[in-house]
Ligand binder design. Sequence first.
Ligand code: NAD
Length: 365
Amino acid sequence: MDGSKNSSAERIPVLVVGVGHLGKEHARVYSELESTQLVAVVDSSLERAREIGEPLSVPAHDSLTSELLNSIKAASVVTPTPSHLEVASQLIKAGVSVLVEKPMTANVEEAEDLIRLAKAHEVTLQVGHVERFNPVVLAAYPHIQNPVFIECDRIHPFSFRSVDVSVVMDLMIHDIDLVLNLVNSPVAGLEAFGTRVLSETEDLATARIAFENGCVAMVKASRVAIQKSRKMRLFCEDAYISLDYIAKTGMRIGLKEGFDRRSIDFEKMAGLEEKQGVFPIFTQYFNIQQLSISSEEPLRSELSSFIDCVQKRTPPVVTGQHGLQAIEIALRITAEIRRSQENYLARRAHYRPDERPDTEFLKNQ
Ligand SMILES: NC(=O)c1ccc[n+]([C@@H]2O[C@H](COP(=O)([O-])OP(=O)(O)OC[C@H]3O[C@@H](n4cnc5c(N)ncnc54)[C@H](O)[C@@H]3O)[C@@H](O)[C@H]2O)c1
């Protein structure tokens, strides 16, 4: 998958635009892959471009020149989201295939423009939803059939970056993309709640997404937590799957073959549970399987898959359409959060102290 047998003559010339926190990792990976030749790094801060370019022995630029555009076949766009359309358009118009970081653009209209442009210029447009390449997710995929209920948690301390977009567009969008891809059914409706804490937009958000096929997803994101947690739990028709992206672990629990719910002697089992604990009893009815997780770096898999698609002219794993769908749902969630905030404020305005719950009884506790 990483094209490691390519000779240097077959290497695809690439560059990275925006070498901040994440872009420097794109530049590093391109300089390591056998399928690519990192030609240059570009950043509106020339100082930053030099800081990243020098150790990788590539020239640093503060803008895209026509000479640079003519020298490359593919590029990563890792600038702040509001500039994605402008930067990616410049590359696409020069016939360069692009991997645009998530969220693909700031809104649906811009995303549609980018998809149209990539199609007109017949270049690859991939979106940086890197969790699709997370080995924990990849290990779970073969086990996920007909999810009925999905829970996602993505909790981070405040990073002071990406505050130009809400936590929904910043973090939750990873899970929105995964859930849309796993459920593969139109969204029937959604509810969402959230609030801002430190930035000008939402820092905390929770959403309940209902799908036409009956599946429901509860998605939670925070960028103002004390600790990190990134988990997904899936209840499928035949199994429960629990994934922890930080611990890099995954577990599938499925009912044993021939299991008959009516055969459980609940009274006897409750007695055993007190003596032995839940786990040994659990294994009588369930197969518990730890998923085997590869150690491959997600970004490396993502970028080598992108280059592979550019070389073979095959559709990327995460297309512009996927990027657009994720933005569409993220913006619906954001609008719903703001609507529920307005409802809350309106109710507060009419809230009378005598409507408070009676807490007298607590005094006697
Ligand atoms: N896939 C992921 O998991 C993930 C993680 C973090 C960030 N991101 C995305 O990557 C993008 C960048 O995020 P970051 O955290 O690296 O931001 P950052 O602020 O650390 O870096 C952005 C860099 O782009 C440069 N820049 C700004 N405008 C530019 C322009 N027009 N042309 C060239 N350079 C420009 C800045 O000088 C800066 O060095 C965002 O869209 C963000 O949502 C994705």
